[in-house]
Design a protein around this ligand. Structure first.
Ligand code: SF4
Ligand code: SF4
Length: 191
């Protein structure tokens, strides 16, 4: 049977992806994304796959194709909880959690739209608490996050139950070497 497909014109050009973004991600994360086979083992094990707009394998493909805005504005990078299930299942031990750490930093640096601002607010609440006390103070983290959400009453019952069971300290405790921790934050801001 004769082939009905239209042949590509002789002058057709193949556009190669812009590799500058993937090179920067590889350099900053220390993770060689070029080892990815797109086998999807990572996606099949990820507990948050259903909520993500791109599975970990597709996120890697976006980076390889130079689609930096799609990658940095994805929900995936904020919904990843760093459980490392994907890295354990990956035949090439690609550390997607560390990759997402790098992509979150790059998203903030480039000022792109943050797909999950509440997750960012929660990260900031935790980091502010660590900067103040050298460790997290759960009640403070919850209150800082509630302040961001401007919603103090949702989950209030859960918070009260935790307080009643002694699961939440009213006052924070501070580690001895809190100055060392604060210096790390200052160095990070100065960098
Ligand atoms: S499991 Fe590893 S090799 Fe397979 S798609 Fe995911 S990151 Fe790529
Ligand atoms: S580390 Fe992130 S991407 Fe990997 S399985 Fe856990 S939530 Fe999914």
């Amino acid at each position: 049977m004769a082939c009905t497909m239209t042949p590509a014109p002789a002058h057709a050009t193949i556009h190669r992806p812009d590799t500058r973004f993937s090179k920067e991600v590889i350099e900053r994360s220390g993770i060689n994304l070029n080892l990815c086979w797109n086998c999807r083992s990572c996606a099949s094990g990820c507990p948050f796959y259903q909520a993500m707009d791109y599975g970990p394998n597709r996120l890697i493909r976006l980076i390889q194709l130079g689609l930096w805005k799609e990658a940095l504005e994805s929900r995936t990078i904020w919904l990843c909880v760093g459980c490392n299930t994907c890295a354990v299942q990956c035949p090439n031990a690609i550390d997607v959690a560390a990759l997402n750490d790098t992509l979150r930093v790059m998203a903030l640096e480039r000022g792109v739209v943050i797909a999950e601002p509440d997750v960012l607010a929660f990260h900031r609440s935790v980091l502010d608490s660590i900067q103040s006390h050298g460790r997290t103070h759960k009640l403070e983290v919850m209150l800082r996050y509630k302040l961001h959400k401007k919603n103090f009453f949702t989950d209030a019952g859960v918070g009260l139950k935790m307080l009643a069971k002694g699961k939440l300290d009213i006052l924070p405790t501070r580690i001895g070497a809190v100055d060392h921790i604060r210096r790390i934050f200052q160095q990070r801001k100065a960098a």
